[in-house]
Design a protein around this ligand. Structure first.
Ligand SMILES: Cc1cc2nc3c(=O)[nH]c(=O)nc-3n(C[C@H](O)[C@H](O)[C@H](O)COP(=O)(O)O)c2cc1C
Length: 359
């Protein structure tokens, strides 16, 4: 059996020193123009110091029209580079692999933040989003590629494409949301074309050793699990991706789609042969035993979200003690402050019911 303290090597040359990754976690601590704040630097470098083998940024916007949250980190312009460089340098100093998550919220971009109607593959009356023109689709593909180049130049060792949770890449993948009639709509091949064009652009313009990963949702958000399995196989076969990050929200759960009744998401996705492409899984990994379960059940590494908010050094504690379990929720704001969260981030965490205790 693999230990949580084993290193993981990736196809393109990078590696992480253990099997515990910090999940991408939106924290709303950036400056209004998307530049890095000291609070965000502190919160993330504290996790790298806490032993995570891979420290991923929050979803970082690649285009101002794709901003998804107030206080979101950005990598859309050269004005963001100085902060990104400082962040990458200080994560790497701790021997943690530094990866930036690239994001465009599409129809989920709040109009009051972006100052216009949000963009979507197809019109969306629920948000007032308008359909992207064919030119705009190519513009956003280029924005993802440019953002990857900017992060690489800033010193990040990799980038992850946020294709999960119903944001723009997921909106293109969805047969429910994407009703386009151009080359980006119709068959799964076409709907995945947006993601695959971004991957090709990054592999064309960045150094070959850049760690490139994709985060996917296995179900919901207008997706079909059978199609996500097919796409997963294509990504493996392409040999262009270092790892796939499956955002399951609960690594032990059964698939929702009736076609896969009685099967767990882990069985489905960890069961696909993947050669050198690695698999990370996220969802309710709250203890060393949960992380070990993920690895024992076929993942290459465990991705830690809320438990890493609760303990900056979850990776070190779980690596040292197989019995280690996250402190009980709700968590007192003073404890979260001691773990490096600003008051703004603590307020945001109240969205996640039952996480923050009343002061
Ligand atoms: C506060 C918070 C912010 C999140 N932000 C992001 C994000 O920026 N990008 C992303 O892909 N997922 C995001 N997620 C999902 C997490 O990465 C993770 O997959 C999820 O929390 C499940 O893991 P957990 O049960 O260990 O928390 C967020 C989750 C939380 C709780």
């Amino acid at each position: 059996m693999s230990s949580l303290l084993d290193s993981v090597s990736f196809a393109n040359g990078t590696s992480m020193p253990n099997r515990l990754m910090l999940a991408p976690l939106t924290n709303q601590q950036s400056h209004p123009d998307g530049t890095l704040s000291d609070e965000e630097h502190h919160w993330l470098t504290m996790r790298a110091k806490g032993g995570f083998g891979l420290t991923m940024t929050c979803a970082a916007q690649v285009h101002p029209l794709g901003q998804g949250f107030a206080g979101q980190l950005a990598c859309s312009g050269d004005e963001h580079s100085a902060g990104l460089s400082r962040l990458a340098r200080d994560i790497k100093k701790e021997k943690s692999l530094a990866i930036a998550q690239l994001h465009h919220a599409g129809t989920k971009s709040p109009a009051e933040i972006i100052g216009s109607a949000p963009l979507c593959p197809s019109p969306d009356s629920s948000t007032g989003a308008r359909e992207m023109t064919n030119n705009e689709v190519y513009e956003v593909i280029n924005a993802f590629v440019d953002a990857a180049v900017r992060c690489e130049k800033a010193g990040f060792e990799g980038v992850e494409l946020h294709g999960a949770h119903g944001y723009l890449i997921g909106q293109f993948l969805s047969p429910e949301i994407n009703q386009r009639t151009d080359e980006f709509g119709g068959s799964l091949d076409n709907r995945a074309g947006f993601l695959l064009a971004i991957i090709d652009g990054i592999r064309r313009d960045c150094r070959s050793s850049l760690n490139l990963s994709v985060r996917l949702s296995p179900e919901r958000f207008g997706l079909k699990t059978s199609e996500m399995l097919e796409l997963y196989g294509w990504l493996v076969d392409s040999k262009k991706i270092d790892f796939i990050d499956m955002s399951m929200w609960d690594i032990r759960k059964d698939a929702v789609d009736e076609e896969f009744a009685g099967k767990t998401l882990m069985e489905l996705f960890a069961g696909v042969p993947r050669d050198m492409t690695r698999l990370g899984v996220a969802g309710k990994i709250y203890s060393a035993a949960d992380a070990q379960w993920a690895v024992d059940n076929g993942a290459d590494f465990a991705i830690i979200g809320r438990a890493a908010i609760a303990h900056h050094d979850f990776a070190r504690l779980a690596g040292a003690d197989p019995e280690f379990t996250m402190r009980p929720m709700p968590i007192h704001p003073d404890d979260l402050r001691a773990e490096g969260l600003s008051d703004g981030f603590i307020e945001y965490m109240r969205v996640f019911k039952g996480f923050v205790a009343e002061a």
